[in-house]
Design a protein around this ligand. Structure first.
Ligand SMILES: Cc1cc2nc3c(=O)[nH]c(=O)nc-3n(C[C@H](O)[C@H](O)[C@H](O)COP(=O)(O)OP(=O)(O)OC[C@H]3O[C@@H](n4cnc5c(N)ncnc54)[C@H](O)[C@@H]3O)c2cc1C
Ligand SMILES: NC(=O)c1ccc[n+]([C@@H]2O[C@H](COP(=O)([O-])OP(=O)(O)OC[C@H]3O[C@@H](n4cnc5c(N)ncnc54)[C@H](OP(=O)(O)O)[C@@H]3O)[C@@H](O)[C@H]2O)c1
Length: 263
């Protein structure tokens, strides 16, 4: 029999409290949260589980819950044969998981010293940190436009649609307006809704469709950009942004974009 997971001075033992399935192999789960646990929306933490041979494996996961929530939430896709997700997919509420106390990541809205429009461009589970950011009242005061773009292989994987609509309602009187664009890349059928596009984010930016549907232009003066998910997407987007005169945020120098790669 496998030994129980052991907390230590760096990691606490948390309990799985709920699972929400979006599509086969794609789900969000919630856990308990240590009372003294602090993070900034947009950050990630390492979670630990036993792999198939009983060793503890650690993987990074963006935190999706609001900083004020009493629970923690994560948004995950199963990787076939993956050491961590092969165990994670079998957990049920009541099971335990290790949480590294230390949070990491610099893809946070406070990186931008100025700018009016926040573009949050994601592939797959890279949407997660943007949900956390939109759950912070501050961003609705700080920006004029909040644009979320979610690219998935199929429309079945579009997630958090109700939450985003609810956020729009909740902040109806805030200075910021939210625009959500979803794009699928491998569907055979034509999109049923005007906010559902077809094609990669990079293609949609290059051919002008992204800005046309957003009703905004992406330029260095007002636009601030966050990129999250597939590293090939973030690499290609960096090049496209540089061509438009945007520069990366550096520790000692303000910029116009930040990115988080998931592998
Ligand atoms: C900063 C950071 C934040 C992350 N946040 C999340 C998150 O919020 N949700 C999440 O599902 N994963 C996230 N990941 C990826 C996560 O850490 C694991 O790598 C992933 O869950 C697979 O773990 P595994 O051990 O099952 O598979 P592994 O054996 O580690 O398989 C790794 C391979 O699976 C693929 N892969 C890994 N993650 C993803 C993904 N998210 N989407 C599509 N393909 C992927 C890549 O091809 C990668 O090379 C994050 C990674 C980093 C570095
Ligand atoms: N998607 C599923 O139905 C599903 C279900 C369970 C498990 N999995 C596993 O999850 C992993 C893949 O997950 P995923 O589909 O969320 O991630 P993904 O392969 O990164 O695809 C997510 C989105 O990113 C786009 N993309 C990829 N490379 C890009 C680039 N260079 N520039 C711009 N956009 C780019 C994809 O477009 P393209 O389609 O054009 O590549 C897709 O729209 C695999 O291990 C898979 O086996 C997938």
């Amino acid at each position: 029999m496998q030994s129980a997971l052991q907390p230590n001075e760096r990691a606490t033992l948390e309990t799985l409290t709920g699972i929400r399935h979006w599509a086969p192999g794609l789900y969000s789960f919630t856990t308990t949260r240590p009372p003294d646990y602090r993070f900034i929306a947009g950050q990630y933490a390492r979670l630990g589980l036993h792999n198939a041979v009983g060793n503890v494996v650690w993987r990074a996961y963006s935190i999706v819950s609001a900083t004020s929530a009493t629970h923690l939430e994560y948004y995950v896709i199963d990787v076939p044969g993956g050491a961590f997700t092969s165990t994670l997919q079998r957990l049920v509420p009541g099971d335990t998981i290790l949480l590294d106390r230390q949070t990491h990541g610099a893809m946070t809205p406070d990186r931008f010293a100025d700018g009016e429009d926040l573009w949050m461009l994601s592939t797959g589970t890279g949407l997660g940190p943007f949900i956390a950011i939109l759950r912070e009242p501050m961003v609705w005061q700080r920006f004029r436009q909040l644009l979320v773009v979610h690219s998935t292989r199929t429309a079945k994987e579009f997630s958090y649609q109700d939450e985003l609509l609810e956020a729009e309602r909740q902040y109806a009187n805030a200075p910021a307006r939210l625009r959500i664009l979803r794009t699928s890349t491998r569907d055979d059928v034509e999109p049923a809704h005007a906010s559902h596009l077809r094609g990669r984010i990079t293609t949609l930016l290059t051919n002008g469709e992204l800005e046309r549907h957003a009703g905004l232009s992406l330029q260095a003066e007002n636009s601030r950009v966050m990129l999250c998910g597939n590293p090939a997407m973030t690499d290609e987007m960096r090049e496209l942004l540089k061509q438009r005169g945007l520069r990366p945020c550096r520790r000692d120098m303000p910029g116009q974009y930040v990115a988080e790669n998931y592998w």
